[in-house]
Design a protein around this ligand. Structure first.
Ligand code: SAM
Length: 255
């Protein structure tokens, strides 16, 4: 089955837009990464790139007193984030914008912290790292997650999945080299623990898929596409030892 048909994306978004977040991550991990950003100003200016519906944007709003600009190219996700922000009375601290992270339209050198969970690879990691560097004040921090290979020679199913989604995915040392080449000093990194894949991401995803299976019980095409979406958490159950999501924290050197 060609998984990239318009119907696939319709079903894909019907699953994903409803989730608390659109990739692995957790508040605990965000807090750990934030702790590596030593010496941030009291209320940092934060740019959250590829924010999705804002799972980590809300963690950042809770964990800091900063002002957050959150950008995503998928308008329905930004609509949902705007509703969350309004419900929580955070409109004075969180601005959600539809935009392309390749050209975020923000003043150069204006952020203390650039954050991005599971999104930078979408425009090519090195390209994205240069965008992040330009957005940061000298001495500012970048915190991002990226998937990496843990083992060579993954099973064919795993290789095929990442060849489709992230064909240039590298190993830990490749991302560290990319950071250095793009003008960052790596500060620290750690892999996301398994609960960061499941609690706010794959568990709600499987629940949402189960809900939609009922809705589409009489629609064989939609049911087959739901099977396809369900392959990702299944693959993770069987083969998570072959890949990881790594949280990286790096600094744009001060002059
Ligand atoms: C894997 S999701 C992660 C979302 C969120 N950071 C999270 O962890 O829940 C990747 C996000 O990047 C967004 N994205 C992809 N390419 C983008 C681009 N060029 N500019 C802005 N957002 C982009 C997608 O719409 C999606 O919401």
């Amino acid at each position: 089955m060609n998984s990239l048909t318009p119907r696939f994306w319709e079903i894909f978004f019907e699953v994903f837009e409803d989730l608390p977040r659109q990739g692995p991550g957790s508040k605990t991990c965000a807090s750990e990464a934030l702790a590596l950003c030593r010496g941030l100003p009291e209320s940092p200016a934060i740019l959250d790139l590829g924010c999705g519906v804002g799972g980590q944007t809300m963690y950042l709003a809770e964990l800091t007193t900063g002002v957050i600009t959150a950008i995503d190219s998928h308008a329905p996700s930004i609509d949902r984030l705007r509703s969350t922000v309004a419900e929580r009375g955070l409109s004075h601290r969180v601005v959600a914008l539809v935009g392309d992270m390749a050209s975020p339209g923000q003043p150069t050198g204006s952020f203390d912290l650039v954050w991005s969970e599971g999104a930078l690879y979408s425009i090519g990691l090195r390209n994205a790292l240069r965008v992040c560097r330009d957005a940061l004040k000298p001495g500012g921090y970048l915190a991002f997650t990226d998937s990496i290979w843990r083992e060579d020679n993954p099973p064919a199913e795993v290789k095929a999945a990442f060849d489709l989604e992230y064909p240039t995915m590298g190993r830990l040392e490749d991302d560290l080299a990319a950071l250095r080449d793009c003008g960052f000093e790596p500060v620290g990194h750690f892999p996301l623990p398994d609960e960061a894949w499941w609690d706010d991401f794959y568990t709600p995803m499987e629940a949402r898929i189960a809900e939609l299976r009922k809705k589409y019980a009489d629609d064989p095409e939609a049911s087959a596409l739901l099977d396809k979406v369900a392959e990702e958490p299944e693959m993770h159950r069987r083969h998570s030892g072959y890949y990881a999501y790594e949280f990286f924290v790096a600094r744009r050197p001060a002059p």
